[in-house]
Design a protein around this ligand. Structure first.
Ligand SMILES: Cc1cc2nc3c(=O)[nH]c(=O)nc-3n(C[C@H](O)[C@H](O)[C@H](O)COP(=O)(O)OP(=O)(O)OC[C@H]3O[C@@H](n4cnc5c(N)ncnc54)[C@H](O)[C@@H]3O)c2cc1C
Length: 428
């Protein structure tokens, strides 16, 4: 799919009355960047958005994937009513999505494009290479070397550049992981059918691992999933109607049912106020790896899954990749052609190459992590630099890892920036 929305770049925007002059620059055009840009624009704050519209959903996910979240938890945040996924489907004349309809990634991408046209406007597809401090504001350097001034910066770059591969596996790809090497990360694939007829070990026990395994199997690969946990966890099939007794016992929320999830979704701001230990517990434990309910029948009893096992040694041999496994099932050896690491992402400010060393060093971290420590309005310790999306999850809880958190963060950032830049007109 080609980028249908691109923007006029204003190299020297009118200085705003805000702290450093220039517009607010949003880096990233995924659900979080688009939502905050929509709110800023509606509030009359000059805003310029850089990134590939719904880029991660087009270039970092395999064809045939579905969203794990339910339709009600998958709305981007529009400043006025009418911008929900259901509104998009209605306007396109597409069937209504119920809680029992897995959403194809392709539908979500089209929704994001539609949302952009309606609420955001021009998006510049340029990649931001550097965010330099300049007086009270910033200069944003783009791929072509051009620099534009910004009063403030919202980092909404999602999980790009944060892919995590355990060190033990890295040796399998001396030239770097990738689809053509013996080792790759799930984020490096759009088409898993390239492994048809090959032996593939998928490492991980979450949705990415399990859905990749299903797709590989359906494409005719010889696949085995290696899971560290003692069992694979599956999501519960949602209910279309909840009885009040069920609601009381386990209230539904955008992230699933239960009191803890309902509380963290209702009030991400309160999560920030929790004692650090409780917040870290939430960050590490809430919503551990699991597969979507609708995926279960494509994996269980269909694809070999080895649980309670870890890779003790991985090495390249003439005949492929030799994996020495250890675990409760005893030692074992597996020889495959390719290892697909579905090993998640590491929230690390130092992996954001567009933030120069001095800026990164000035960004205070959430203790025990490399994620930015954020104020209640998602501003980092560098005044004027805001973080939204997954990088904000260690501060505000698990909702910020999902599309469901876009409204909370877009509203908070917009309120603060409206006051800061002195721009405001009533939402249109
Ligand atoms: C496999 C997978 C499945 C998922 N499924 C779900 C799901 O079902 N439901 C759910 O709610 N969440 C899901 N998530 C989480 C998902 O990542 C987020 O919910 C959502 O995409 C986050 O949006 P975002 O805007 O923060 O980041 P992204 O969607 O990743 O967007 C990042 C944007 O930043 C841009 N960008 C990056 N670097 C630069 C740069 N230097 N300069 C300019 N632009 C840049 C990209 O082009 C892109 O536009 C899933 C994640 C993964 C990895």
């Amino acid at each position: 799919m080609t980028q249908s929305i691109s923007g006029q770049r204003c190299a020297e925007p009118e200085p705003g009355p805000g702290a450093g002059g220039g517009p607010v620059v949003v880096i990233g055009a995924g659900p979080y960047g688009l939502s905050v840009a929509a709110h800023l624009r509606a509030a009359g704050v000059p805003v310029q958005v850089f990134g590939d519209v719904m880029g991660s959903w087009r270039h970092a996910m395999a064809t045939g994937m579905f969203l794990k979240s339910t339709p009600a938890a998958t709305d981007l945040s529009a400043p006025v009513p009418g911008g929900r996924l259901a509104d998009f489907c209605r306007e396109m004349g597409e069937p209504e999505l119920t809680e029992l309809t897995p959403i194809p990634c392709e539908t979500f991408v089209r929704y994001g494009m539609w949302f952009t046209q309606r609420y955001v406007g021009a998006v510049d597809p340029a990649c931001v290479m550097a965010v330099e401090r300049a007086g009270a504001g910033f200069v944003i350097r783009l791929t072509d070397g051009e620099g534009i001034r910004a009063a403030a910066v919202v980092v909404a770059t999602g999980l790009a550049t944060l892919a995590h591969i355990p060190d033990d596996l890295r040796a399998l790809a001396p030239g770097g992981p990738g689809p053509q090497a013996a080792l790759s990360h799930t984020s490096q694939h759009t088409d898993l059918s390239r492994y048809t007829g090959q032996r593939v070990a998928v490492v991980g026990g979450g949705q990415s691992a399990l859905e990749s395994a299903a797709l590989l199997n359906e494409a005719g690969a010889d696949v085995e999933v290696l899971v560290r946990a003692s069992r694979v966890r599956w999501g519960e099939r949602p209910q279309l109607r909840w009885q009040w007794t069920q609601r009381l016992a386990a209230p539904p929320s955008p992230l699933g049912s239960g009191w803890v999830l309902a509380a963290v979704c209702r009030s991400p701001g309160a999560v920030r106020g929790l004692p650090a230990a409780a917040r870290m517990h939430l960050f590490r434990r809430a919503l551990g790896p699991s597969g979507g309910w609708w995926l279960r029948e494509r994996v269980e009893g269909v694809v070999p899954v080895r649980t309670a096992c870890h890779i003790e040694q991985a090495r390249l041999t003439g005949g492929g990749v030799q994996l020495r496994l250890a675990g409760t099932g005893g030692p074992a050896e597996l020889v495959v052609d390719h290892v697909l690491a579905a090993t998640g992402y590491r929230l690390d400010v130092d992996a954001l190459g567009f933030l120069p060393g001095p800026v990164r060093q000035a960004v205070a971290r959430v203790p025990g992590t490399q994620a930015p420590r954020l104020s209640g309005v998602l501003e980092s310790s560098v005044p004027g630099v805001y973080f939204t999306g997954s990088l904000a999850a260690p501060t505000f809880g698990p909702m910020l890892r999902f599309v469901a958190g876009t409204g909370f963060s877009a509203r908070r950032i917009t309120k603060h920036l409206t006051a800061r830049t002195g721009h405001h007109h009533p939402p249109v």
